[in-house]
Design a binder for this molecule. Sequence first.
Ligand SMILES: Cc1ncc(COP(=O)(O)O)c(C=O)c1O
Ligand SMILES: N[C@@H](CCOP(=O)(O)O)C(=O)O
Length: 461
Amino acid sequence: MHYISTRGQAPILSFSEAMMTGLARDGGLYVPETVPQMRPDEIAALASLPYEEIAFRVMWPYLGGTFTEAEFRTLLAQAYAGFGHAARAPLVQLGPNHFLLELFHGPTLAFKDFAMQLIGQMMQAALAKSGERITIVGATSGDTGSAAIEAFRGLANVDVFILFPHGRVSDVQRRQMTTPSEANVHALAMDGDFDDCQARVKDMFNDFAFRDGVRLAGVNSINWARVLAQVVYYFSSAVSLGAPHREVSFTVPTGNFGDIFAGYIARQMGLPIAQLVIATNQNDILDRAMKSGAYAMDGVKPSISPSMDIQVSSNFERVLFDAYGRDGAAVAALMAELKAGGFKISQGALEMLRATFASGRCSEEETLATIQAQFAATGEVLCPHSAVGVKVAEEHLGAVPMITLATAHPAKFPDAVERAVGLRPGLPPRMSDLFDRDERVTRVPNDLAALQTLIRERIAR
Ligand SMILES: Cc1ncc(COP(=O)(O)O)c(C=O)c1O
Ligand SMILES: N[C@@H](CCOP(=O)(O)O)C(=O)O
């Protein structure tokens, strides 16, 4: 199994190399050279298996001998042992043909734990073999950062630096990042928005002297292993509703396009997915791009679903690579245009995208109204991101069962939930002292050189 860059100019890597590399050296993202297929009988056999076994069968063909079967099963068991629900990703019914996939039962209460807990295990195992030390630098709009810190805190051979946009994450998200006391955790509150944080991380990867000097690793969804781990719950939920004998559709609250790209990969592998619906908040660049064919930036507007306040949707590059017939030069040209504000998607590529994805947008008022309506109708308390998904899914309901991804626990966004339903969702008991813990955070400018100096100094200590 080999991994190639979406821009066509970087070395071809194995799975373990791609996992430890993060961004490709030509600035692109790694994708599998060919997508492994699962036959209908293999998919049917997943029904009623434990989540970890489904994960094993879905992911194993991608690993190319990085681990033995026994090693990988152990890593999976360790990754999901800390989840607060036996099913890991339970499905609840919202309506006659509408289901909610609860992805917030992991240690930091967001879907990021599914991949981050496993990457933590896989990277540790790889580092134990190589004896290396790495520096993880990640960008977050709130959830990736807390999940990464939880997965890597206290490890002897890893420093983890997380850039988050100052003042633009919820108090719970910020405290999840700033209260761990381990010396290898570095929470950095940066001036700017998430796109700025993500751009600085990519700049660090594109500065080879820095990248090689600190042995930079990435745990954002630029890392293929993140996407791969998220493919699993598309299979687990679809088979529980009758796939492969019955088609299902998914609606995915979308920002950086990683989660829905995982659904796209599940479809490529053979899972019968009728529709993949992109759901955006008021930062609706993806919905506009799907409707108009123009990917045009118009500034990030802070919202009550802050984790999706994103304009530079990193993984869109991965699907563009396929939409442009895997032409790396064409993708590189589009990404160069994006730096100047946007690009026009070619007619052929747009047709491919529209054949695969539908899209919709949810305003702030609609988000609040959806939280309220779902609570009244079903008792389910949605986080604002999941509410964006539910609202857009409702516009796409039909004969095929629809699964909407619930990406975070409502307690991570208590202000928005309280505005909608008048009650403040509580954190699980293990986090009940989150607001009593001391915070440790460094305020940093949106300045590459200053960030690099800080990182070099911290890891030299
Ligand atoms: C709670 C929540 N929902 C949805 C998203 C969007 O996911 P993606 O960036 O993979 O599209 C994010 C951030 O990524 C998130 O944190
Ligand atoms: N919403 C994310 C943004 C980063 O996305 P990633 O999937 O690329 O790590 C967050 O919560 O940080």
